[in-house]
Design a protein around this ligand. Structure first.
Ligand code: NAD
Length: 369
């Protein structure tokens, strides 16, 4: 008997609905050809939710997200909502979702398929075949630490943010990184600024203790300062396997790693929460890119980042590594065959629309299955 997984699809704004249409087709292909069923339900988030309900995430949708086996999100935001109050902005819906689901580990792979290596701003030999995973802590650190905001100090206005991490917050994200490395090349770089920050010294100590006492002696651990890591990412990115870091450094370093690969339209991500008693973790999968208002509604968007996010969902939420490989290999085959959306267009290749990219991927999946 096939297993049924509940998927909540939050297409969001801009190109979100366009790319999620293609994700749905891939999910339907998997359900048809494998012993799994998807109970797919749609919901509103971001500007679309604000237009319908006056809030970027309503309680009903949040509850559905909490109850789902996985949430698949498109993108939120756009100029239409620029004048909306801060707490109702489209991005507030996404932040609330991440916070309420306690999605503390953000996984951002940066892979550079050889077919796209020349689209990178770096030399082809530096990035071709790149395959690294950045694990960013997502629910603590300076983006959430208290106190924060404006104060008067010695008669002067000043503004502060607070970097704050508990031992448990560092341990749980480190555990995710070590577990991932175990299935990859068994190398973890832990990144902070222990040379100048107290919280960096603490981070380094907690990660070292986890490595020593947590049963991870098969994993190689290296510590690196964040500024050096930024430099090493553009100098020799292939030296990395898994990078684990805090919220702020992770935000910056993962964008830097994203650029190595050439296109935002190719980059997936996963955000995972803690495992429950049955070993199941709350999870949200979304492309790294935004709602791309400049191309929305034109059938030009590259759906691969969202489709590859669904592949991550199969791998990390449903333990379907073979099916995830199938989707990733099909994407590679499509690109090797010269099919391109506008964002990754190269001379001599065939420029196709969002839906034709979806058709091409499904055709490759048929061939590879
Ligand atoms: P963006 O990622 O939406 O777009 C940046 C550039 O990349 C644009 O030129 C766009 O056309 C292109 N692009 C992005 N995704 C693409 C795809 N799949 N295929 C082809 N081209 C693609 O970033 P932005 O322009 O800075 O932001 C636009 C809106 O998206 C803003 O409202 C921003 O707040 C929001 N945003 C949302 C998320 C999210 O939902 N997670 C992330 C980033 C930005």
């Amino acid at each position: 008997m096939s297993d049924t997984k509940k998927l909540l699809i939050l297409a969001g704004d801009g190109i979100g609905p366009e790319v999620m249409t293609e994700v749905r087709r891939v999910a339907e292909w998997i359900a048809k050809n494998r012993t799994i069923n998807f109970d797919m339900e749609d919901g509103l988030v971001g500007g679309a939710a604000y237009d319908a309900h006056g809030t970027a995430l309503d309680d009903t949708t949040l509850q559905k997200a909490m109850d789902a086996d996985a949430v698949l999100l498109g993108a939120v935001g756009g100029p239409k909502w620029d004048d909306v109050a801060r707490e109702h902005r489209p991005e507030a819906g996404l932040l609330a979702l991440r916070k309420e689901m306690d999605l503390f580990a953000n996984l951002r792979p940066a892979t550079c398929l050889p077919a796209l290596a020349e689209a990178s701003t770096l030399r082809e030999e530096v990035v071709s075949g790149l395959d690294i995973m950045i694990v960013r802590e997502l629910t603590a650190g300076v983006y959430f630490g208290q106190p924060r905001g404006m104060q008067t100090y010695e008669g002067q206005e000043r503004c502060i943010d607070t970097q704050s991490y508990t031992k448990a917050e560092i341990e749980r994200v480190t555990e995710v990184a070590f577990d991932l490395a175990r299935k990859r090349n068994k190398l973890v770089h832990s990144v902070e600024k222990a040379n100048v920050m107290e919280s960096g010294i603490f981070w380094r100590g907690v990660v070292s203790d986890m490595h020593k006492n947590g049963g991870y002696s098969d994993i190689e651990l290296q510590h690196m300062y964040a500024d050096n890591c930024a430099m090493q990412l553009v100098r020799n990115p292939k030296q990395f396997d898994v990078i684990v870091t805090d919220n702020l450094f992770g935000d910056i370093l993962s964008d830097c790693a994203a650029m190595l690969t050439g296109s935002l339209g190719m980059l997936p991500s996963a955000s995972l929460g803690a495992k429950d008693a049955n070993g199941k973790a709350k999870a949200l999968y979304e492309p790294v890119h935004g709602s791309a208002p400049d191309i929305a509604g034109q059938g030009m968007a590259n759906p691969l980042a969202s489709i590859l996010s669904f592949a991550m969902c199969l791998r990390y939420s449903f333990d379907m590594g073979a099916e995830a490989d199938l989707i990733e290999n099909a994407a590679q085959a499509v690109l090797n065959g010269g099919i391109r959306t506008a964002d990754i267009m190269q001379k001599g290749k065939a420029k196709v629309s969002t839906s034709v990219m979806g058709d091409s991927l499904l055709r490759e999946m048929d061939k590879l299955a």
